[in-house]
Design a protein around this ligand. Structure first.
Ligand SMILES: Nc1ncnc2c1ncn2[C@@H]1O[C@H](COP(=O)(O)OP(=O)(O)OP(=O)(O)O)[C@@H](O)[C@H]1O
Ligand SMILES: [Mg+2]
Length: 392
């Protein structure tokens, strides 16, 4: 006898059809824009967020209020949903496990558990043989003192859990040489918590690559985006990155390899450093839509948000091809500080579109919205968003 009886053959994962209910852990701007893409395709959407009037609440069928570690709220989110995904990786593992018992959780618990802790994430990347810069895990002031010396005196210190937009970070030895006192002060400033000490790299520029993978195992990478940070917060991003073809291929292949190795069902954004020595190193991973691909809504056949819906629903992934160069610039709370921004002036710039997240209280450093623009070249798209932002 040959062949495998039909009953024990692995069943192909089912497709979640339009009309189904997608649930999202997190209702910030990423959840909001994902929800809009899902609704365009005819899905119903439910989100969970600590804030009742979160950005996604205005565009979804239902919002559940719950903190990131609220197991009960997470259960209510998942009950009746066809699949659950997330827009923020800082969700309690207990809550994730509960969700996964009730509905397909995509990405699954294990990749999120690894990614949500920079210590586990960096260690996983290094152990799996992916290129990362020199780093050390530090759990005490003394270990940090040793690490700073071993890493050459210039260090980015990052807490394991909970950091974002440069929060939970300290820079050591960059403005003046590191001393025992300055290292101690840095350790205190991050709350004396387990952290990753990374060698400060000599960056030429920064790029990111978004990849998607569906439960059937199909994988696609987007063209690389070029990113510019100010005060460790993403300021602008543009597609295409305008990098040599060889580097582009390497970056896209890297993202595809990492998403497959992690077994992620959904999206994975890989933030990358290109060093002045020509090295391509992974900075960090985000298992969700990413700020540096908002311009995919304007520039690509399939936006990152639609791609996320396709991946989570096990639909065929959409083409990631670039239709036109496109750029975004973030609008942080500072823009609102002194007066109402002049949106009409900004929108008079050709190719510019306004994206606001309906956040109610502008605060310094808070992402309130972005401007996007297309152009005939990456430079033109970028010039347009920057000009529009100046006019605000
Ligand atoms: N080892 C390093 N060497 C040089 N620059 C670095 C290093 N680590 C971080 N940076 C700079 O700081 C920025 C933010 O770092 P990182 O991405 O680790 O922080 P984050 O708080 O997790 O940010 P986000 O969540 O917004 O991406 C990087 O994009 C880069 O500009
Ligand atoms: Mg980052």
């Amino acid at each position: 006898m040959s062949g495998v009886p039909e009953s024990i053959e692995a069943k192909p994962p089912t497709i979640i059809r339009p009309g189904g209910l997608l649930a999202i852990l997190g209702g910030g701007q990423l959840g909001r824009m994902t929800a809009m893409a899902a609704r365009t395709m005819g899905y119903h959407v439910r989100v969970m967020d600590p804030e009742q009037r979160c950005p996604a609440s205005h565009v979804v069928d239902e919002s559940i209020v719950g903190r990131w570690d609220d197991v009960d709220a997470a259960r209510r989110l998942a009950t009746g949903a066809d699949a659950v995904t997330l827009e923020i990786e800082q969700i309690g593992v207990d809550a994730l496990e509960q969700v996964a018992r009730i509905a397909p959780l995509r990405p699954g618990v294990e990749p999120i558990r690894i990614i949500q802790d920079k210590i586990l994430q960096k260690t996983w990347l290094a152990d799996a043989g992916f290129p990362v810069g020199p780093f050390r895990v530090v759990r005490s002031d003394a270990e940090l003192q040793d690490a700073v010396a071993a890493l050459g005196g210039r260090v980015f210190l990052k807490i394991g859990r909970g950091g974002y937009d440069g929060r939970g970070q300290a820079r050591i030895g960059l403005d003046s040489a590191a001393t025992e006192e300055s290292v101690h002060a840095a350790w205190q400033s991050i709350g004396a918590r387990p952290a990753v000490a990374e060698q400060a790299l000599d960056l030429d520029f920064e790029i990111s690559v978004m990849a998607a993978r569906n439960p059937s195992g199909e994988v696609r990478s987007y063209p690389a985006a070029r990113n510019h940070h100010e005060n460790q917060i993403l300021s602008w991003s543009v597609l295409p990155a305008g990098i040599p073809a060889e580097l582009e291929l390497r970056a896209e292949a890297l993202a595809a390899a990492i998403i497959a190795k992690l077994g992620i069902e959904g999206l994975l954004c890989v933030e990358l450093f290109v060093t002045r020595q020509g090295g391509l190193l992974v900075n960090e991973l985000a298992p969700r839509p990413h700020n540096s691909y908002h311009q995919s809504e304007r520039g690509c056949v399939t936006s990152q948000f639609e791609q996320m819906v396709r991946a989570v629903c096990n639909l065929p992934l959409g083409s990631t091809e670039l239709i036109t160069p496109a750029a975004i610039v973030n609008l942080l709370g500072e823009v609102w500080l002194n007066r109402e921004p002049d949106f009409a002036a900004a929108l008079a710039v050709p190719g510019v579109r306004l994206h606001l997240y309906e956040k109610h209280a502008p605060r310094a450093g808070r992402k309130m919205g972005h401007l996007s623009a297309t152009g005939s070249t990456a430079e033109e798209a970028l010039d347009r968003v920057l000009e529009a932002k100046r006019r605000l």
